[in-house]
Design a protein around this ligand. Sequence first.
Ligand code: EPU
Length: 340
Amino acid sequence: MVLENFALTRLNTLALPAHAARYLEIRSTEQIEALTTDHSLRGMRRFVLGSGSNLVLTGDFDGLVLRALIPGRRLVGEDAGHWHISAGAGENWSDFVQWTLAHSWAGLENLSMIPGSVGAAPVQNIGAYGVEVADRILWLAAFDTITGKSMRFSRKDCCFSYRTSVFKQEGWHLDGRHIITEVTFGLPKRWLPQIAYADLSAELAARKKFAPSAQEIARSVIAVRRRKLPDPAVLPNAGSFFQNPIVYAKKAAELSAIYPEMPAHPQADGRVKLAAGWLIECAGWKGKRLGPVGFYEKQALVLVNYGGARAADVAALTRVAQSDVRKKFGVDLVPEPVFL
Ligand code: EPU
């Protein structure tokens, strides 16, 4: 049933107030098919919403918000190297990871406790503690509302890179043309732990887990996340608010000469990834507020809503943090969440 003038405040973890002119919850591919023949919705702007955990609502939306709630998770096959596990777009990401681990299918443990849904995970190529979801996706199914057909996207078709994919581009998932319905993961039969990430290896060492199981890695990831990242249910936020900037080697070398302690990670293409959280902290914004919003006291990369924030408050803090980082380091910070 299509609802009108629907409040989205409880459906975005940053808790910004906004309404959608129309709102529909989708629980099956058949329901999407029916949608394409509904003349009353033709020509309307659309937006596909998952759990709203990587979203900034800039105001009321005059179109149709489609909330992807398609359920289901199962083993669908295997090849020599992998178990093939499929999950509906509406499954909760964190529950799905726990479910795979409970079945002894390792491979997603580093991505434990990331807020969000399975269908949203590939859109921004979620990543944490040295693993990106792109490393584990075999293919996904998306319904094309223009052709009325379901399509399969291979990992290559998804054009994954750091915190982005083809679905984050104009004309794809975000504007409601392609609706991701199911994602299929390839989880390795011969699993190797990925524990090189500094925070994770320190946590495992503190727990004296020198040959950790996937479950132990998951527990350590969860402990680190609980320590560093605010729980959106307590302190509304959208996770990392900026992408970590990737700069040319020359620029990174200039900055390292002035700030030898600056975190810098060389990339395969010769460029260098810097830590936006470190830049924001050095620009003086860690734990600091501007009106009802601020940067979290334990992780400066997370913008938090202390209560009653509106889109304009978020925009004001974004501008001033970007400007201060640009003045001090000559680096441009690009927001990480999706803006609607
Ligand atoms: N740092 C500071 N001050 C801060 C925050 C970080 O100096 O306030 C430094 C840390 O000491 C470290 C470096 O910056 O040397 C990186 O920090 P951290 O390991 O906490 O990770 P991050 O780069 O800030 C990224 C992801 C997170 C993910 C973590 C762990 C992005 C935009 N963010 O954060 O993802 O959980 O790594 O892998 O890539 C998200 O996308 O919403 C998210 C939380």
